[in-house]
Write a protein that binds this ligand. Structure first.
Ligand SMILES: Cc1cc2nc3c(=O)[nH]c(=O)nc-3n(C[C@H](O)[C@H](O)[C@H](O)COP(=O)(O)OP(=O)(O)OC[C@H]3O[C@@H](n4cnc5c(N)ncnc54)[C@H](O)[C@@H]3O)c2cc1C
Length: 386
């Protein structure tokens, strides 16, 4: 694994070695750019290795649907090229009343317009997909078979190894402590292991993004706060029992699926914060058990093996801040993914690499404009969940 010496200089430096920083380094290296990632702990040690594996295109606005459609194309391409697991086993949203059905019909219309083949299905069809479901209260379901899941450890490691193969440098156990600037331009970064000269910096520190912006002396208000979200894994069950990601807003904003190893993994909407604390709580165990067993009663028989916690780096409209910050040249941010940053990473990498190398991108990056908070132009809240 990567743990090189800090280079004396690098054309581009990405702060943060999570899935966002690593896929961006990979994309830039692929384009022949000289790029270094600086990670204070080890690659993937932030939210990335704690995430729920989910990758979906079922969003409620045009920008996120388009970006996630592109992201899924890239997940497919790179999982095949680099040999990590990405399974298109679908996302199944269980719906319980007319209001939910109307809302999802509108979402499906937007998704279909951009070629995402989501459709409304009957409770019986949902049960064919996941026979263990309790459908007694379900009135319909939103089903897209091209959504899926990937193992965050394998995926992040594969992008990291291939970023290095393409010439990127990944420096672990190195913390950025300050910016060196001159007349509004970046000259370098100070770390606990010395200074690196650079002119272009990307803030990919997600839950720590506000601290990184403060270090850079950025005045524009980009509100990103760390919230504690927890996840659970059960003992393994028969392989293939729960293929898609199953979602229920009614029952605690729950999401659950089965890992390749056979355990049931997932979480609920239960949120604590803002906080940097990561201790799992008993209340979460109780909530997750209550809601999961309403969705799939057979889960009552299962033992919970482990719970853990990670950060959702949340913004007021649950959409990330992605773009160039004009007051410091050349400073970019890609942070605040509000619980769905793993799935977005390959497309975000493409957008940010486009901005750095071409000054523009064909993907709708304006939706994630970092200045929208200051202007009071919040977006429709992006569906916040795995
Ligand atoms: C329980 C849970 C379930 C989730 N489920 C899903 C899901 O199903 N699907 C999905 O898409 N997303 C999910 N997410 C969200 C997803 O994990 C994140 O959006 C994603 O991992 C963000 O990646 P990142 O690279 O931006 O951040 P991180 O992985 O947090 O990386 C940021 C890195 O920056 C480093 N860093 C910070 N400050 C500095 C500094 N000063 N110097 C050097 N390095 C620094 C940190 O050490 C960290 O490694 C979930 C999250 C949680 C907690």
């Amino acid at each position: 694994m990567p743990s090189r010496e800090l280079p004396e200089r690098s054309e581009i430096v990405i702060i943060g070695g999570g899935i966002i920083g690593v896929t961006l380094a990979h994309e830039l290296a692929k384009r022949g750019e000289e790029v270094t990632v600086i990670e204070k702990r080890f690659i993937g040690s932030g939210s990335t290795f704690r995430c729920g594996t989910g990758i979906r295109q079922q969003f409620s606005d045009e920008a996120n649907v388009q970006v996630m459609k592109r992201s899924v194309e890239l997940w497919k391409r790179y999982s095949e090229e680099y040999g990590f697991s990405f399974e298109q086993t679908g996302y199944l949203f269980l719906l319980y009343d007319d209001d939910e059905v109307e809302e999802f019909k509108r979402n499906i219309e937007i998704q279909n317009r951009f070629g995402v083949p989501t459709r409304l299905i009957t409770p019986e069809e949902a049960k064919e997909i996941v026979p263990l479901l309790d459908i007694s209260e379900v009135v319909a379901a939103s089903w897209n078979p091209t959504d899926g899941k990937a193992d965050p450890f394998h995926a992040t490691s594969a992008f990291a190894i291939n970023a290095e193969r393409l010439g990127a440098k990944l420096v672990e156990y190195t913390e950025v402590k300050d910016f060196v600037t001159e007349n509004g331009e970046i000259r370098g970064l100070k770390t606990n292991r010395g200074t690196i000269k650079t002119g272009i910096v990307v803030n990919a520190t997600n839950a720590w993004a506000k601290l990184t912006n403060a270090m850079a002396g950025i005045r524009v208000n980009i509100p990103i706060e760390p919230y504690k979200h927890q996840a659970v894994i059960t003992q393994p069950i028969r392989k293939g029992a729960i293929k898609p990601m199953v979602i229920s807003f009614k029952y605690g904003h729950a999401y659950l699926t089965q890992t390749a190893h056979g355990g049931v993994v997932g979480g609920v909407g239960y949120e604590l914060g803002p906080t940097y604390d990561l201790n799992p709580t008993y209340e979460f165990m109780r909530e997750v058990s209550r809601y999961f067993t309403r969705i799939i009663p057979a889960l009552r028989e299962l033992l919970i093996l482990r719970t853990w916690a990670g950060y959702y780096a949340k913004t007021p409209d649950s959409n990330p801040a992605i773009g160039k910050i004009e007051e410091l040249s050349d400073y970019y941010i890609a942070a605040g993914f509000s619980g769905h940053g793993f799935m977005m990473a390959p497309a975000v990498a493409e957008m940010v690499a486009d901005l750095i190398t071409k000054g523009r991108t064909d993907l709708p990056v304006e939706w994630y404009d970092p200045y929208r908070f200051e202007r009071g132009e919040l977006r429709g809240k992006a569906l916040q969940m795995g």
